[in-house]
Write a protein that binds this ligand. Structure first.
Ligand SMILES: [Zn+2]
Ligand SMILES: [Zn+2]
Length: 366
């Protein structure tokens, strides 16, 4: 599933909503206002705006976005209040305790028919809440037990049909007693260079692997594209990569090993960021005349963060641009390291940079 954690769409990492042990299941909602189809790049903005409007709603006294999850037309599952949190959307406190609330970004006009990707996303959200939130088997609509048109006719018809995954190649039991198929894919994790890989692992490095697989033409199991949470699709695609390298059996189970990972990415990601000295020096030499120019090397941000932490660079200059303020700050760091004169000119050298990295947790390459 394409899961977007709260921290990635601009909400505080965990919801202040009341905790809850389990529910009978999930209730499906829709937006129910005018809503138009949009590019996925704009979906997070919309979810943020829903949260802001809920927080501004003094009548309801919301402490957070009301839904446990929000699903966009592209199938991404935006973490709302999340698992094990009481919803605020089902109508009454009792109803909120009985079911989680999952909302589809579907309107009462404009985009009114759920695209297949959205139905997959809703299924993903339901299965996630069952797995991680002890949700029961029920899948109902907001209108079940509460006077409302929500979730609209097209989506409610899908709910009544048992909320099937589109093109379902799995048996569709009746509503409330669906059986999860036994996973045929490996679901363990491994750690390489301090980073986790395999089912459930999360982070930018997971997205990086997915993108590399897609670039190799091995993205066939992604429905909506690689994301930061390792899913069965990642495992299946990675298994294809392992088979293409000649591995078989348990060596091609889709959980990375060091050799196949290095061959896929050209390098092994590290839990510690690395700063390439030559690229950093190039940025320091090129950037100062170009105030406001685009960031030329992302490692500059790592170094600037360290200089801010040292109290040498005002935070407002930590912008990824190795400008004159950063040069001045780095020169101060060099003097702190004992350098003087031309050796403290603000252009990073290996020794001073390595010492900065030792104090602020980054490695220097090459
Ligand atoms: Zn609703
Ligand atoms: Zn989207």
């Amino acid at each position: 599933m394409q899961f977007v954690p709260r921290s990635e769409w601009g909400a505080p990492a965990s919801s202040p909503a009341a905790s809850i042990a389990s529910t009978r299941g999930v209730k499906i909602h829709y937006l129910g206002t005018v809503y138009s189809s949009r590019e996925h790049a704009r979906c997070a903005d919309y979810v943020r705006s829903i949260r802001a409007s809920h927080l501004a709603n003094t009548r309801e006294g919301y402490v957070d976005i009301a839904y446990n999850a929000v699903v966009c037309e592209h199938g991404a599952v935006f973490e709302g209040r999340g698992a094990h949190k009481r919803s605020g959307a089902n109508g009454t406190r009792a109803l909120n305790e009985q079911h989680y609330a999952v909302m589809a970004l579907l309107g009462s006009s404009g985009l009114t028919e759920p695209p297949e990707a959205m139905l997959h996303g809703l299924r993903d959200a339901i299965e996630w809440l069952r797995r991680d939130g002890a949700a029961g088997d029920e899948v109902l609509g907001h209108r079940d037990g509460h006077p409302t048109a929500c979730p609209g006719e097209p989506l409610y018809a899908w709910v009544q049909a048992g909320a099937p995954r589109p093109g379902g190649d799995q048996p569709q039991a009746g509503r409330g007693d669906e059986v999860e198929p036994t996973p045929q894919v490996a679901r363990y994790q491994t750690t390489i260079n301090g980073l986790a890989y395999g089912y459930g692992a999360r982070g930018d490095h997971v997205t990086q692997v997915g993108r590399a697989l897609v670039a190799k033409g091995l993205g066939e199991h992604y429905r909506v594209g690689p994301g930061p949470v390792w899913s069965d699709a990642d495992t299946r695609n990675y298994a294809s990569w392992q088979r293409s390298l000649g591995y078989s059996g348990a060596d091609a189970d889709g959980v990375p090993g060091e050799t196949s990972l290095r061959r896929l990415l050209g390098t092994l990601p590290s839990a510690r960021p690395t700063v390439d000295l030559s690229r950093l020096v190039a940025a320091a030499r090129q950037d100062p005349p170009k105030s406001g120019a685009p960031v030329s090397y992302s490692g500059v941000e790592t170094v600037e963060a360290a200089l801010v932490a040292e109290g040498l660079l005002p935070r407002r200059y930590a912008d990824g641009h190795f400008g004159t303020a950063t040069i001045r700050a780095y020169a101060a760091w060099q003097r702190r390291c004992g350098y003087t004169g031309q050796a403290a000119d603000g252009i990073p050298g290996r020794d001073s940079l390595t010492r900065l990295g030792q104090r602020h947790n980054f490695d220097v390459t090459p």
